[in-house]
Design a protein around this ligand. Structure first.
Ligand code: KG4
Ligand code: ZN
Length: 358
């Protein structure tokens, strides 16, 4: 059995987990910084890295204790997110991982954060069986987070072909910006979801961009939708309506959320049929969105395609997914463990070996 201690500090969550054989979650600790960043209306990089410095050691200690590990030498490797992300934040995790690996002689496994999100789909946690992906390739994966919107064809472990992505804002970024427009606060995704609960998603007809044409068949664009929301709210205010009136706010949030979910699911379903996918996975922070989950579940059930979406705890940033991705990549690249000299990268492509990379 292979036990990996995984560390993730790419943005504003300090996280550590112990994963067995790439799938079984023995512990998963996340210290979120949401409250710290709320007053800035977004993640403040310098504040994030300083908080990581304070949290990293207690979080790692807790992850090891919950997994019943009292000596790091009982582990087989240490994995850490190397990018993409905020450089100052990444450095804290990477330096902590290097320290443990150096002191204990364990291999150090660098992980791409996006590959981590992909593997969050197959992590087993209490009450949810992960389901091994091996028999179900090709898999179409949609990664939707605060920084990324990527449609990827996965033909095997570690084998990726980028099909498309956003031309402007990431889906999570669109949620965050529209939440600010509606004075809903940070982080925008959960705030919009809450506001939309009693909303009518059909009240406002919002654009679904790049739906037609070959060139951008698998690409996304959310800037038009954002502008449409801006123009709509201005018009409503000019008509004398109060945007904070609960039903109006709920209908605006619900209509926006449905517009995002529709394009994400349409294009993922189109890719799944174009490439004969045997499984579809959606992951990343935005995959926590109830409207997206329901829209996707309905669509892929109708298409009779196996559909995976992580449990809520694994949608947003966590270290369990980093441990899972590390395990599979280490199997593909046995020399990966000789990585004490690794650096961090704000932009790190998902290396796929299947042509174009994200
Ligand atoms: O994956 P993640 O935790 O960090 C990045 O790698 O970016 O994703 C964070 C993003 C934020 O933009 C946040 O607003 C969005 O995920 N998000 C949601 C929900 N929960 C988090 N978006 C929509 N609905 C949600 N329930
Ligand atoms: Zn992420």
């Amino acid at each position: 059995m292979t036990k990996i201690l995984a560390i993730e500090t790419s943005c504003d969550e300090t996280a550590a987990a112990v994963i067995e054989d790439g799938q079984k979650m023995l512990s998963n600790v996340v210290a979120t910084q949401i409250e710290l960043h709320r007053r800035f209306g977004g993640v403040f990089p310098e504040v994030a890295s300083r908080q990581h410095v304070l949290s990293i050691q207690p979080v790692i200690t807790q992850a090891l204790a919950q997994a019943g590990i009292d000596n790091v030498r009982a582990l087989d490797a240490v994995a850490v997110t190397q990018g993409p992300g905020l450089v100052g934040s990444l450095l804290v995790g990477v330096n902590a991982a290097k320290g443990i690996a150096f002191a204990s002689g364990l291999p150090l496994l660098p992980v791409n954060h996006l590959e981590g999100h992909i593997y969050s789909n197959w992590v087993e946690m209490p009450g949810k069986s992960g389901g091994h992906p091996t028999d179900n390739f090709p898999v179409v994966v949609l990664i939707v987070s605060g920084g990324h919107t990527e449609l990827v064809l996965m033909t095997g472990h570690g084998r990726y072909r980028r099909l498309g992505g956003t031309l402007d804002d990431a889906a999570g970024e669109a949620f965050d910006k529209v939440a600010r427009l509606l004075a809903l606060g940070f982080p925008g995704g959960p705030a919009i979801q809450r506001a939309a609960e009693s909303g009518d998603a059909t009240r406002f007809d919002l654009p679904r961009a790049l739906r037609h044409g070959e060139e951008h068949r698998f690409n996304f664009s959310f800037s038009g939708l954002k502008t449409a929301m801006l123009n709509l709210t201005r018009r409503l205010e000019q008509e004398g309506l109060d945007l904070q009136e609960p039903q109006l706010l709920a209908d605006l949030a619900a209509s926006f959320q449905q517009a995002v979910a529709d394009v994400l699911v349409d294009k993922t379903a189109d890719a799944a049929s174009a490439f004969g996918a045997r499984q579809v996975c959606i992951c990343g922070g935005v995959s926590a969105n109830a409207c997206l989950r329901a829209t996707a579940q309905q669509r892929f059930a109708a298409l009779d395609i196996l559909f995976y979406i992580p449990p809520f705890a694994l949608c947003t940033d966590n270290a369990a997914m980093i441990g899972a991705a590390a395990y599979y990549r280490w199997q593909l690249e046995p020399t990966l463990g000789d990585s004490l000299g690794i650096d961090v990268y704000a932009n790190l492509p998902l290396v796929g070996g299947e042509g174009e990379t994200p």
